[in-house]
Design a protein around this ligand. Structure first.
Ligand SMILES: [Zn+2]
Ligand SMILES: [Zn+2]
Length: 206
């Protein structure tokens, strides 16, 4: 199976991303913080057909309560309960895959974890104080070493849409208090993929 290999914590479930995600969110909302146990979740938005399970039992669905009432299902490994992906809106055709599950050593020349770099930070209005501390620590550490105080965050951000060979094609990740305008932030090719994906779920006329 070609593509980007990923697995849950215990290794029972393995799957492969057979395409690059259309867009990657770092979500700093309170729900994500509580659910993942960290300052933000990193989700790659990708067509369900490009998430191919290669090993293990069927992931278990956990419907989560949401403020809006819109369905949010988290699919987890039935053995270790690692969250694998979310289906927001129960649309089945588009998934939000936890990019931290990518295996660093395999695929894309060992660069897989670079692909976890987000295209956009969302819901930063609820970011935790440690989000700021990370940046501050980095600035101070770089200063102490006499280097430029350019944040690693902004330096690494464009890699999310880097080609496998390493040519940078993407602007730095956007930072948004809540959400953003998809039409201006998403690459045109990704917008097209999303449209095709959602069109596939609409009932056919006649
Ligand atoms: Zn597992
Ligand atoms: Zn969130």
């Amino acid at each position: 199976m070609k593509g980007l290999p990923a697995s849950c914590f215990c290794g029972a479930v393995e799957f492969s991303l057979t395409a690059r995600p259309m867009f990657i969110h770092a979500c700093h909302c309170r729900d994500c913080q509580i659910q993942v146990g960290g300052p933000f979740a990193i989700n790659g938005i990708i067509e369900a057909e490009h998430v191919v399970q290669t090993k293990g039992p069927k992931p278990k669905r956990y419907p989560m309560p949401t403020e809006s009432g819109r369905p949010h299902d988290i699919y987890r490994c039935p053995t270790c309960a690692t969250a694998l992906w979310s289906d927001y809106g129960r649309r089945k055709v588009m998934l939000f895959v936890r990019m931290t599950l990518l295996r660093p050593k395999k695929g894309f020349g060992g660069q897989a974890l670079r692909l976890t770099n987000p295209d956009a930070h969302i819901f930063t209005k609820s970011k935790l104080p440690c989000d700021e501390l990370m940046l501050l620590d980095e600035v101070l550490a770089l200063k102490a070493r006499g280097k430029k105080t350019k944040s690693q965050w902004s330096k690494d951000a464009p890699i999310a849409h880097t080609t496998v060979k390493g040519a940078t094609t993407k602007k730095p990740a956007g930072v948004f208090s809540v959400y953003y305008d998809m039409q201006t932030e998403w690459p045109a090719a990704s917008l097209k993929r999303r449209e095709a994906c959602l069109a596939a779920m609409k009932p056919k006329a006649g």
